[in-house]
Design a protein around this ligand. Structure first.
Ligand SMILES: [Zn+2]
Length: 201
């Protein structure tokens, strides 16, 4: 994967190589975060340094999934009422974005679909209930709010620290998925468990 842009941190001037997908960047020299727009970098404040967990995944690690080689370029730490987890941002040689979720010892490959024309009220969601989502039954296993706590490297969207996302998680048949309620829209993230061997890591 080619890192085609070089930008300087607007706070301390440290140069960093970025992928074409980079929108929000952490400067590991001064812990400032900045957004990237073309060749312009705008400081958005400082970020809490991530406490690293014992993991085989880290920035710069390469692997492959479903035949696509990728490089990990960023890590987001989310937390909910009882737990925290990492979402690793990777990019393939052709510039495709992918995400791996790491929660405890388990790693999952996350696939995002937008859901259109589905109207669900977050406040009506009840754990243990089965709901209809576009003709498929979804069994609600958990209901919580994910909070964006911190990040490192680069990520392909702009988000503010402490932004929260109400969600429900559960199952379409055997498939684990998360439905996130955000600004009146619902995003569906299907998760499939993957091993390090499968990822070639
Ligand atoms: Zn800096």
């Amino acid at each position: 994967m080619e890192l085609i842009r070089h930008l300087n941190c607007p706070h301390c001037g440290t140069e960093k190589a970025l992928s074409p997908a980079a929108i929000l960047v952490h400067c590991d020299a001064c812990d400032c975060a900045y957004t990237v727009n073309g060749n312009r970098a705008n400081s958005v404040g400082t970020v809490a340094v991530l406490t690293q967990k014992k993991s085989k995944l880290s920035l710069g690690v390469t692997g492959s999934i479903e035949g696509h080689a990728f490089t990990i370029l960023g890590q987001i730490r989310y937390g909910n009422s009882s737990d925290f987890w990492s979402e690793w941002f990777g990019i393939t040689g052709s510039g495709q974005v992918l995400w791996l979720v790491e929660r405890g010892p388990q790693i999952s490959f996350l696939q995002y679909d937008e859901i259109h024309d589905i109207h669900l009220n977050y406040s009506d969601m009840v754990i243990g209930q089965s709901i209809d989502v576009g003709g498929e039954q979804f069994l609600i296993h958990a209901k919580d709010t994910a909070v964006f706590e911190s990040f490192e490297g680069e990520i392909p969207f702009d988000i503010s620290i402490d932004r929260s996302f109400p969600y429900i998680s559960g199952f379409f048949k055997d498939e684990f998925a998360i439905l996130e309620f955000c600004d009146g829209a619902i995003a569906r993230y299907r998760q499939r468990a993957v091993s390090l061997e499968e990822l070639g890591i």
